[in-house]
Structure formats: structure tokens, C-alpha cells
Design a protein around this ligand. Structure first.
Ligand code: NAD
Length: 477
């Protein structure tokens, strides 16, 4: 015994405990099952990643553009090879129907190819003046270290809108995928590294709001955010004192108007898809529909028939069209909007309630006899809910379409192109659609105004936004 006592007393002092590793549990929203518990970042690891990205960025910016382009070309090939694994994980972590997950992955390639084709010309030095003695050039230089805080609803689309042009223009990227889509974020990062992007140049940060908040504390040269208006506002306020460039791609309450001369069936099919695709969880989902009174009942009948044909259920089933609500608290938001509408006299044509568990499901919901006193016509729903309002004229439709804090997209259905152009020119939205909806093109700028955000991605402007112009005044001799 004394021997043991002596040995115990002689034991070296316990070393300070290593920091416990932060963890992020990840659940399948369609089943509630735990999918994984991921190692997460904390304030110290975020600071370390930011410092290593800062140190690595100048070398990446000095790498010839041909090499950066080649990395992204190899990345496209890897995406094709692994597309099915990526789609399955996307479905597991977000509840997105598997066919729509596959479509998102397939739709990524033309987007990346656009950036690959356009980056060199969009960022080439411009010679804007010369009188033989005085020369003026505009250069486009990378911002430096770019932070990207991202949403879960289209993690591949919204992530790549930032990551690809940022890397191609010579920036380092600190990418925080949503805590609801971290597997997708890890896949993107892993494949970019495998394609040759240096690990310090492209870094993934795993975690929720606290990790995003820690990222804002770092020395960054641009913050590119996709997410809700409330978070976007918080980020803008946090970064304002440091005058960091901020881009915010936020929510919407996107309207469409079906004119008296429209084809009711085609408009109803197109708009039902626009409202319910991705389970209504798209920033550019159709969220409000105005229909001319002469066409209203016919339109509603076709709309309802189309929605009732959409299969709701297991997102891993290729026949499923409406999957899970990714974030459980959103079920209450949707229910509150329905209850508020019904209390104010709306008519419920289908749905209107969550489904019993397991999993987060909300029945596709169609409401008519709605008005702008109801939340469902004012606040972003972000779920499979739609309000359809009767209007008496183009003027009334236009007034109602513009009666919103948001300004992301808006559409008009009519065979009359001149009328459509006239109406769409008067709608305050970043993107406008004639006889279509819920559409994004890599060739066109993606931007919102009002509460839908500031700045833009996509198009050649969405490449230049990751650079800053440098003015060269050069006097000969
Ligand atoms: P969210 O605002 O809840 O989260 C977005 C990201 O911000 C997440 O990565 C989250 O971890 C992070 N975050 C949360 N709090 C933070 C804080 N205080 N500091 C720093 N980071 C923080 O949004 P969401 O639920 O992921 O996405 C849905 C919203 O995104 C919808 O409103 C949708 O319309 C919008 N959205 C917009 C576009 C667009 O292009 N305009 C595209 C997709 C989604």
C-alpha cells in the first residue's frame, strides 16, 4: 500500500485537457434518424483556417489561370464520376427527392463550364485609353480571402455560384456550408482538393450559426452569403464597421400573374411545378399567384389536379416529387400561415397540415380567396404552400406583385409578348419571367433587391464580383 501511495504521489501533474472536439449531429429530415456525427469547427480552428487561407492565397493568385482552369475541369470529371453518391447524400441530409438531387448535380456542370469559359475574358486587363503618351488600363485583381456562408436548399448550386468564380479569379475560399447540408459541403471540398486545388486555398468549415459568427471575426476580404433575410441582416451589421464587401442572396415572395389571354392549363402546370418543386424550398419558388377573374376557376381546377398528382413521401423513392421539410421548425411556420389565412376567410383546397411523424412532412397546400392582409401572401413560406388570388385587371395584378418587401423574381403568363414585356418592365424584381418561372441561368445575373439582398452571382458580372478593379495611369517616358 505505501508503495502504491508513493507512486500515486509521484505521478506527474495531469496535463491540461485537450479541447473537446466540437460535434455536429446530422439527422435525416425524412426519417428523423441520426445519419452522422461530424467533427465540427470552433473559434480556434476557424481562426487557424483563416490564417492558412490568407498565407496560401498569393501563391494561388500567381498560379497561371490555365492551371486554375485545369483544376476546375478535373473537378467536373470527378463530379460526374461521383454524382450518384453525392445525390444520395444530398437526399439523406436535406430530404430533397432523389430525382431532384440528381437534377441539381447534373445542372451544375453547365454552370461550372460557363465560369471556365468566361473567366479569362471577364477578368482580362482592359485598355481603355491611349493618346500615345498617356495610357489607361483597368486590371481585375482577386479580392483575397473570400468567405462563403451558404444555405441548404440547393447546396450545390448556391455553393458553386461563389466557390468556382472565386477560385478561378485567384481567391482563397473559406466555405461554411449549412449545418443542414454539411455532407455536400465536405464532398465539394474533397473533390476540389482531389482535382488539384491546394487544401489551404479551399477550406470547409463545419458547424452552425456559431461557426458562421466566428468566421465573421476573421480577416476576410469579402463575405458572400446565401440564406434568410434575418441572418443576412445580422451579417451585414456585424461586418459594417470593418467595411468588408458583403453580398447577400436572401429570400423572396415571388409572384406570378396569369393574364386573361393565357392558356390556363399550361400556366397551371408550369406554376404548380414552380410552387412545389424542391418541396417549395427554393428562393425563387412561386409563392403568390394572381389570376385574372375570367380564367380563375379553370386555372384553379388545373392547378389542383396537377398538385394532387404529385407524389409526396420518401425522398429516396424516384417517384417522389414532394419530399421532406428540411428544418423541423419550418413546419410551425407553415401551419401558422395556413391558420392565419383560414382565420381570415381563405378557402383551403388541399393540404393545410403537417403529416404525423416520423420525419418532417407538410401536405401540399392550395389556398384561394386570399388577400394581402394574410401572412401567406406577405411572408416567405419556403414550403409546399401557395395562395391564389383573383384580380380584375393588369393594373391590379401589377400593384399586388409590387406590394412586397422582397424583389427576387416575378413572372407573367400570356401569349402577348409586348404586354408581358410592358408589365415585367414595371415589376421590381432581379429576374423576370415570361411564360416560365423558378429558373436560373448561368449567363444571367442572379440578384435580388429590397429584402431579397444586395449584390449578385452568375453571369460575367458574377465573375467580376470576386475581383476589384485597379486603375493604371501610365505615362510613357
Ligand atoms: P439561414 O439564414 O438560417 O442560414 C444560412 C447560413 O447562415 C447557414 O450556413 C447558417 O449556419 C448561417 N448562419 C446562421 N446564423 C448566423 C450568424 N449569426 N452568423 C453567421 N452565419 C450564420 O438560411 P437557410 O435556412 O440555410 O436558407 C433558407 C433561406 O435562404 C431562405 O430564405 C431562402 O429564400 C434563402 N435562399 C436564397 C437564395 C438566393 O439566391 N437568393 C438561394 C437559396 C436560399
Amino acid at each position: 500500500m505505501p508503495d502504491l501511495q508513493a507512486r500515486l504521489q509521484a505521478r506527474p501533474q495531469a496535463r491540461p485537457q485537450a479541447r473537446p472536439q466540437a460535434r455536429l449531429p446530422l439527422h435525416n429530415p425524412a426519417t428523423g434518424a441520426l445519419i452522422a456525427t461530424l467533427a465540427a469547427d470552433d473559434a480556434a480552428s476557424v481562426a487557424h483556417k483563416a490564417a492558412t487561407a490568407r498565407a496560401a492565397q498569393p501563391h494561388w493568385a500567381a498560379t497561371p489561370i490555365a492551371e486554375r482552369l485545369a483544376c476546375l475541369q478535373r473537378y467536373c470529371a470527378l463530379l460526374v464520376e461521383e454524382a450518384e453518391v453525392l445525390a444520395q447524400d444530398l437526399t439523406r441530409e436535406t430530404g430533397k427527392p432523389i430525382t431532384q438531387a440528381r437534377t441539381e448535380l447534373a445542372g451544375l456542370l453547365p454552370r461550372i463550364e460557363f465560369f471556365i469559359e468566361q473567366t479569362e475574358s471577364a477578368t482580362r486587363d482592359e485598355h481603355v485609353f491611349s493618346d500615345g503618351v498617356m495610357h489607361e488600363h483597368i486590371g481585375h485583381i482577386p479580392l483575397g480571402v473570400v468567405a462563403n456562408i451558404s444555405a441548404w436548399n440547393y447546396p450545390y448550386f448556391v455553393g458553386h455560384n461563389v466557390i468556382v468564380p472565386a477560385l478561378l479569379t485567384g481567391n482563397a475560399v473559406l466555405y461554411k456550408p449549412s449545418e443542414h447540408a454539411p455532407l455536400s459541403g465536405q464532398h465539394i471540398t474533397r473533390l476540389l482538393h482531389a482535382a488539384g486545388v491546394p487544401p489551404d486555398v479551399m477550406q470547409c468549415l463545419i458547424g452552425g450559426a456559431e461557426v458562421g459568427a466566428a468566421l465573421l471575426q476573421q480577416r476576410i476580404d469579402g463575405l458572400f452569403f446565401t440564406g434568410s433575410h434575418a441572418t443576412g441582416q445580422r451579417i451585414a451589421v456585424a461586418l459594417a464597421p470593418r467595411l468588408v464587401k458583403v453580398q447577400l442572396e436572401l429570400g423572396g415572395k415571388d409572384p406570378s400573374y396569369v393574364r386573361a389571354d393565357a392558356n390556363a392549363l399550361l400556366a397551371a402546370q408550369s406554376l404548380a411545378d414552380g410552387a412545389m418543386y424542391n418541396t417549395g424550398q427554393s428562393c425563387c419558388s412561386v409563392e403568390r399567384i394572381y389570376v385574372h377573374e375570367s380564367l380563375h376557376d379553370e386555372f384553379v381546377a388545373h392547378f389542383l389536379a396537377t398538385v394532387q398528382d404529385m407524389k409526396l413521401g420518401d425522398p429516396s423513392d424516384p417517384k417522389t416529387y414532394i419530399g421532406a421539410i428540411t428544418r423541423a421548425p419550418q413546419l410551425q411556420v407553415l401551419q401558422a400561415q395556413v391558420d392565419d389565412a383560414l382565420a381570415q376567410g381563405a378557402r383551403l383546397l388541399c393540404g393545410g397540415h403537417a403529416l404525423p411523424g416520423p420525419g418532417n412532412f407538410f401536405a401540399p397546400t392550395v389556398l384561394t380567396e386570399v388577400h394581402h392582409g394574410m401572412q401567406v401572401m406577405r411572408e416567405e413560406s419556403f414550403g409546399p404552400i401557395i395562395g391564389i388570388q383573383k384580380v380584375a385587371s393588369d393594373e391590379e395584378a401589377l400593384r399586388l406583385m409590387n406590394d412586397t418587401r422582397y424583389g427576387l423574381t416575378a413572372g407573367v403568363y400570356t401569349p402577348d409578348e409586348a404586354k408581358a414585356r410592358e408589365l415585367l418592365a414595371q415589376v421590381d424584381a432581379g429576374s423576370v419571367y415570361w411564360n416560365c418561372c423558378d429558373r436560373v441561368s448561368p449567363r444571367l445575373p442572379w440578384s435580388g433587391h429590397g429584402d431579397s439582398g444586395i449584390g449578385l452571382t452568375l453571369s460575367t458580372y458574377g465573375i467580376q464580383t470576386f475581383t476589384r478593379p485597379k486603375a493604371w495611369h501610365l505615362r510613357q517616358g
